[in-house]
Design a protein around this ligand. Structure first.
Ligand SMILES: Nc1ncnc2c1ncn2[C@@H]1O[C@H](COP(=O)(O)OP(=O)(O)OP(=O)(O)O)[C@@H](O)[C@H]1O
Length: 225
């Protein structure tokens, strides 16, 4: 990807929260077409790094689709409405309010293919609070797929589904978005999907390489106690 256009350059001495830095000396350049997977132990800073990348991309004017770790769904609303929210910014407040009260057939037709892609056809009218954890996660994925854009940022996007279903969903994300930045726990899935792996450990980016340049010890090192 050396020849591809840089989407954003990112350099920070510290990334973290007020009074508690999480990562130090982070310097990254994100390029169109990359499929970046961030790996590291729980608490290593994957979500923190994703948040910082999001901020940088939005500052650079990129359209970013998000799948947050906690999904960010509205539980009382239907699957259709939650997916529709991926493009709230495409319409004015009155249109969005009217679609909330009396969902337009044309908007149902727009969200339906993405609801189908994640395997939730037939559940469009169900309130999200009545769904299983995996179905909720798939609703969040359908919302991001519906939104589309240059980059998808997703935090553990397939953690609540089985590995085969997860592989299919990651493929769907790869087909929809030119550029992916994913935080994953599943190392096998990471090696399958990534063109670039960023490994976090002890408050630093400990590796940043293509999967085929990595040996098994490189990834094991990220998780060693
Ligand atoms: N809102 C917050 N305020 C203060 N500290 C936070 C906040 N969110 C996370 N942290 C801290 O930042 C560090 C990194 O957390 P982060 O969520 O980025 O890790 P992670 O690698 O995504 O973990 P996991 O795999 O468990 O989701 C942790 O020590 C965590 O306690």
């Amino acid at each position: 990807m050396d020849g591809a256009a840089p989407l954003a350059r990112f350099a920070a001495e510290e990334i973290g929260w007020p009074g508690s830095p999480v990562l130090r000396d982070v310097s990254l350049s994100l390029r169109t077409g990359e499929r970046i997977v961030i790996l590291g132990r729980s608490g290593a800073g994957k979500s923190t790094l994703l948040g910082a990348i999001r901020q940088r991309l939005e500052e650079a004017g990129q359209t970013v689709a998000l799948v947050p770790q906690e999904h960010g769904l509205v539980p009382q609303l239907s699957v259709h409405h939650n997916v529709y929210m991926g493009r709230l910014d495409a319409h004015g407040t009155l249109y969005n309010l009217a679609n909330l009260l009396w969902p337009f057939a044309r908007e149902r037709a727009r969200t339906a293919p993405w609801i189908d892609t994640v395997g939730l056809s037939g559940l469009e009218r169900r309130a999200v609070e009545t769904l299983s954890g995996g179905q909720r996660q798939r609703t969040a994925l359908a919302r991001a797929l519906f939104r589309g854009g240059e980059v998808l940022l997703a935090d553990e996007p397939v953690s609540a589904v089985d590995p085969a279903q997860g592989a299919g969903l990651l493929d769907a994300l790869g087909a929809r978005f030119p550029t992916l930045v994913l935080a994953l726990h599943d190392r096998d899935a990471a090696l399958r999907v990534a063109t670039r792996i960023i490994g976090l450990r002890e408050g630093r980016v400990m590796l940043d390489a293509a999967p085929d340049a990595l040996g098994p010890d490189d990834l094991a090192m990220l998780y060693a106690a």
